[in-house]
Write a protein that binds this ligand. Sequence first.
Ligand SMILES: [Zn+2]
Length: 315
Amino acid sequence: MKYCFGIDIGGTTVKIGLVSENGEIVTRWEVPTRKGSDPTGLLEDVKVSLENCMAERKLEKTDILGIGMAAPGPVTADGVLHGCVNIGWGDVELKKHAEKVIGISPVCIGNDARVAALGEAYFGAGKGAKSILMVTLGTGVGGGVVPDGHILMGESGVAGEIGHMTIDPYETAVCGCGKKGCLEQYASATGMVRATERFLKEKNTASVLREKDAVSAKDLWDAAKAGDALANEITDFVCDRLGSALANAIYLVDTERIVIGGGVCAAGQFLLNKIEASYNSKVFSHSRNKTFALAELGNDAGIMGAAALILQDAE
Ligand SMILES: [Zn+2]
């Protein structure tokens, strides 16, 4: 049996998994993210951690097919990470650097949202589909396209970055990226809270949401599911924008399946139905045959997708 390591670099922790060649996580653990101006310190921590794991399980370097890494920033096909604001890195040749510091090759790098899409395509909600478009609704909105079993990378590493598609050119509030009117400003958990606050202020409709001091995205979806009229108006508004973005994206990539992930997808089938209805109202009739699915890998999507970066070529 051969193995690979799947590594998901986050702002506070680095999640690591030892994954078997048939796609099962044998063991998983975390190390704290060592921040700094370059990745050397973090990679040294990872190296020690991987060596401990291999020693415990009596694995040699020849048992390891490679290391896949997911990083929170744009990554190009040459393994260069173009800025990682959360951790403090500028442009880094992460692939080259990691292979040198850790001493295991190959190291394959991908953007975290794109890698999560690859994980779902191979091991989760995308299994059995020829191609998937995945959108992650969390603190922000991420995305990734897997057209043919590999991540669509693009030239500058932004292919699939649906969260910053301009969805309202007349928006006056500024997105985290510096532009105005991005999908993320409405369809992220933060965006949903912002929409809720605005609707509560502008409308007089009675709502259970008025009883809360601070409304969360979960409160909003719980209220909508329970039949609260205003909460349904707000979730319809949010899904309308999401449906527009998905329709626009499908006209470019035309995947077989659309996968919705991230913390907000805890709202389940109810959320999926609203997104699907909105999407279907905005596309040509023959593009209404897409299957919609909720992501299945949860917190393991990063590790599994990173492992898939290695296993996709080992098969
Ligand atoms: Zn933006």
